[in-house]
Design a protein around this ligand. Structure first.
Ligand SMILES: [Zn+2]
Length: 285
């Protein structure tokens, strides 16, 4: 295998648009795909064992945020970059698996969700090819969204994950990350049973809570966000962290306006989400 000039196992050389195989990937041992929607295996050098007996208990969705798919695949598979994901979903709907689901991929970095900080040990990471906010942030093609949806449904079944455990990178790392971003059609995934969603409450004129506010209303908001799973302390101060968490919440659940200001629509949507969680799902924060 090491000296082969052919495509590695799983890669069909007859395909009209062959996937780029990063340098070194052909030398890595292959593995069997975990999902029937996988079209290609490109083994990544970047993964380890899940820590402390943690198992895949959530799905974290990302966009790659790079100008092209070739560069993103190379970065996610090449030794030394220290980043990877279990799956990469291309714009044409092809699904590439790069790390077995049983292993710990390196996609989330520093984060927090519902009391846990080692997000990589407790999640399956999916990188969606999209240039992201820094490169024009194109819409996600429907074929790509269909593939993400089908892939997630299978993961949820295999690992017995409830819908509210399908999250965005920005949900678990609100101060550092925007992906997959406000253009990601969470509502359409939810129509297929993937992800927790309620129709966002309409935006109306009226009072809002914003940066600099303090007091009981702020504490109540922070409690509610923490109960849903976000990493926020109920301090009573609407500080920069609170604004970042509210922004992340809006990107996911109320994408029509993403400004970090807690208006009536944001608060009502959050309350509706909390009320529609399965019993015992909300954290006790
Ligand atoms: Zn990400």
């Amino acid at each position: 295998m090491a000296t082969s000039s052919f495509a590695p196992p799983g890669l069909d050389p007859k395909r009209p648009r062959a996937l780029p195989v990063p340098k070194g990937a052909a030398e890595l041992p292959g593995f069997n795909p975990d999902s029937s929607v996988v079209s290609d295996i490109i083994p990544s050098a970047n993964f380890g064992e899940r820590n402390n007996g943690l198992v895949a208990d959530m799905i974290v969705l990302h966009y790659t945020g790079m100008p092209d798919a070739e560069g993103a695949i190379a970065r996610l598979c090449t030794a030394g970059t220290d980043v990877s994901a279990h799956y990469i979903v291309l714009e044409d709907g092809r699904v590439v698996q790069t790390v077995p689901e049983s292993k710990r991929a390196w996609h989330a970095g520093i984060g927090f969700w519902a009391g846990e900080t080692d997000i990589n040990s407790m999640s399956i990471g999916i990188e969606i090819i999209n240039r992201g906010h820094d490169w024009g942030y194109p819409d996600f093609p429907s074929r790509q969204i269909a593939a993400v949806t089908t892939l997630c449904r299978g993961i949820m079944l295999r690992h017995d994950l409830p819908s509210h455990r399908v999250l965005g990178h920005s949900d678990v790392s609100p101060s550092r990350k925007k992906d997959p971003g406000e253009k990601f059609p969470w509502h359409s995934l939810a129509n297929s049973g993937v992800g927790h969603w309620v129709r966002p409450a309409p935006i109306t004129r009226g009072e809002s809570i914003k940066l600099g506010a303090e007091g009981e209303r702020v504490t109540a908001l922070q409690h509610a966000l923490a109960r849903y799973g976000y990493g926020i302390e109920p301090s009573g101060q609407y500080d920069a962290t609170t604004m970042e968490v509210v922004t992340a919440f809006q990107r996911h659940f109320r994408p029509e306006r993403v400004d970090g200001v807690t208006d009536h629509s944001t608060l009502t949507t959050l309350q509706a989400l909390l009320e529609s969680l399965p019993n015992k799902a909300a954290t006790t924060a």
